[in-house]
Design a protein around this ligand. Structure first.
Ligand code: FES
Length: 322
């Protein structure tokens, strides 16, 4: 059972065109909220019946409240229209405890790249690195200056932050980000898929196709190319759940997460779309056609974990640590 709690909306601030930040404050005044690390997100159960994941971007030391930023999504999808148009200060929202899907690994240097509302976890990383006195660079691109959130707050981090409005400054120089990365450094990206692909291409040009310097988080599958199906030998495959002792025949396109949940095996899940990483599951045996946007290419090639909401086997037997 996912731990949930109600929080009160105590502040709503328009941070940029279409980007509203919410301060969500504990209702039991003396009980601290669960601690979180930069890169964590909470699920917000929006009263219109939708659930959305939002990265935390406040002060991790302040456990009286959380801060998130909500982009008004095109055509009002995903509950963002409700939050922008109907939610008011004083209302309550049901949220989960923070989950760490995008963690900052130890590195000699961190190059942080954000596009649009992807700035929320990236800003939390930058402020964390600043507090720790560790070297970093933050490159934040947006369509226009008016669309870029938290610019005054980012300005406090000084020359390590580059704010680039595309209509004035052009796009970020991602080749430069990669070329300036010292040995042992990592690049963290959060934003739309084209930005991630551009950073990956720049990294591959320098470090080769097996580059392992890019870490990323996406907010949606928008722009994701449909993936060619890898044919499976035979019609069905054998799915083995090692811990719970289930063995069953599966159609190649049957959803593994749905099947596992129907058997009463508990697996955390949020997006059900290969983005959030909640349903990550260890693979004991078998090979996988990875369809998620969470694992790095190296992690996918290792074949020892998979997102069971969207990926499927390429072997005729798949054994999971469930
Ligand atoms: S539920 Fe989000 S990646 Fe599977």
């Amino acid at each position: 059972m996912v731990e949930q709690r109600e929080l009160r909306v105590t502040q709503m601030t328009l941070e940029a065109e279409g980007v509203l930040s919410l301060r969500l404050t504990r209702i039991e005044s003396d009980k601290p909220l669960p601690a979180w690390e930069p890169g964590s997100h909470i699920d917000v159960y929006v009263p219109d019946g939708t659930t959305r994941q939002y990265s935390l971007c406040g002060d991790p030391e302040d456990l009286s409240s959380y801060q998130v930023a909500v982009l008004r999504e095109p055509e009002g999808r995903g509950g963002s229209a409700f939050i922008h148009d109907e939610l008011r200060v004083g209302d309550r929202l049901l949220v989960t405890r923070p989950k760490q899907g995008f963690a900052l690994e130890d590195a000699t240097y961190h190059a942080l790249v954000a596009g649009g509302v992807g700035i929320t976890p990236i800003m939390a990383f930058a402020e964390h690195l600043d507090r720790q006195g560790r070297p970093f660079r933050l490159v934040y691109g947006g369509r226009t200056r008016d669309s870029m959130a938290f610019c005054p707050r980012l300005g406090a981090l000084g020359e390590r932050v580059e704010l680039l409005a595309e209509d004035v400054d052009g796009r970020p120089d991602l080749d430069d980000v990669v070329k300036q990365l010292p040995d042992g450094g990592l690049i963290y990206v959060c934003g739309p898929l084209p930005l991630l692909r551009a950073v990956e291409a720049a990294a591959e040009a320098v470090h080769g196709p097996d580059q392992d310097v890019v870490r990323f988080e996406l907010f949606s599958r928008a722009g994701v190319e449909p993936k060619e199906s890898v044919p499976l030998d035979g019609d069905n495959y054998e799915l083995v759940l090692a811990k719970s002792g289930h063995t069953l025949r599966m159609k190649p396109d049957a959803n593994i997460l749905d099947t596992v949940l129907a058997l009463g095996v508990e697996v955390e899940n949020d997006c059900r779309d290969g983005i959030c990483g909640s349903c990550i599951t260890s693979v004991v045996a078998g090979t996988v056609d990875h369809r998620d946007l969470v694992l790095t290419r190296k992690e996918q090639a290792a074949m020892n974990k998979m997102m069971i909401c969207c990926s499927r086997p390429t072997s005729d037997r798949l054994e999971l640590d469930l």
